[in-house]
Design a protein around this ligand. Sequence first.
Ligand SMILES: Cc1cc2nc3c(=O)[nH]c(=O)nc-3n(C[C@H](O)[C@H](O)[C@H](O)COP(=O)(O)OP(=O)(O)OC[C@H]3O[C@@H](n4cnc5c(N)ncnc54)[C@H](O)[C@@H]3O)c2cc1C
Length: 282
Amino acid sequence: MLLNPFTFHSPKSLSEAIKLCASLEDAKVQAGGTFLINNLKLLKRKGSKTPRHVISLRKVKDLQGISEKKDSLTIKAMTSMRDIIDSPLLAGNMGILKEIAQNIGTCAIRNMATVGGNLTCRYTWTEMPAVMVALEADLHFMGKDGKEETISAEKFFGNSAKTDGLLTQITVKKDPKALMAYRRVKKTPHVDIPLLSLLIKTTFEKDRFSKTRIGVNTGVDFAQCDKKLEDFLNQSSRSANTAQEALTRLSAAIYDTRASDYKKHMFRVSLKDAINELIGRK
Ligand SMILES: Cc1cc2nc3c(=O)[nH]c(=O)nc-3n(C[C@H](O)[C@H](O)[C@H](O)COP(=O)(O)OP(=O)(O)OC[C@H]3O[C@@H](n4cnc5c(N)ncnc54)[C@H](O)[C@@H]3O)c2cc1C
């Protein structure tokens, strides 16, 4: 299907991109384009209005790459899933990001889809939001007026991932002692929308769970922290029945809202499995 005509803009710097966002009416930003182009087709098919301008971020060098400081990692918004998989900087417990990226979509999608697009697309089922909530990431935006704003991933998704600005980068504090377990659930073995993304991050202190963070996304709401389960685990020890007991403390609002019996069952299997994985780690 041919798209409705639009003017394609390809800025080479962040300031140029911001100027275009500020000056063009009826414009859409394109990152990897894996959702955007499909959305333009859907809008055309429905007979709805389509944007007159597309601003591609592909050539904006300031938005690409992963870097690290002693205590933190920075992932620029245009970093693709492939870049994450290939990055030597994502070592130790941050290697979990490679595992997550490796399971997203297909090879072609991973080559194109960006972390920024995954976080800002406002689909409630993409996986990076729950991950960034669990990692206590900060999201950095630049507004159309050029002003920078930093907001925690938890707050951003708590506010339904609304933004008028450009996501420029994500920063994550390094926590080498933390252990992490990731689970995703999908219905079929094929490329399929995940029903659940779940990252548990914890530190064991004398065999007790501590500083536990649980980012969860059941595709029903935007990603959130499961505070109830965090509190329960932070009062629990590394024992054989902790995971089973945790299942009796689950928040119905998170795991049972608009969930079929299959989903409810799989959510519980995944949570138990992830907690047991952490308990079993040295
Ligand atoms: C077939 C298929 C399978 C998939 N499977 C999975 C999966 O298993 N798990 C998963 O998590 N995801 C999955 N995805 C989603 C994919 O990983 C991408 O995250 C998603 O398609 C959007 O990323 P993108 O870079 O292509 O963004 P685009 O499509 O370019 O943009 C998406 C939206 O985000 C906005 N946007 C993009 N970047 C910015 C920015 N920096 N600042 C502000 N707004 C911005 C755009 O304006 C647009 O509205 C799948 C997608 C497809 C098409």
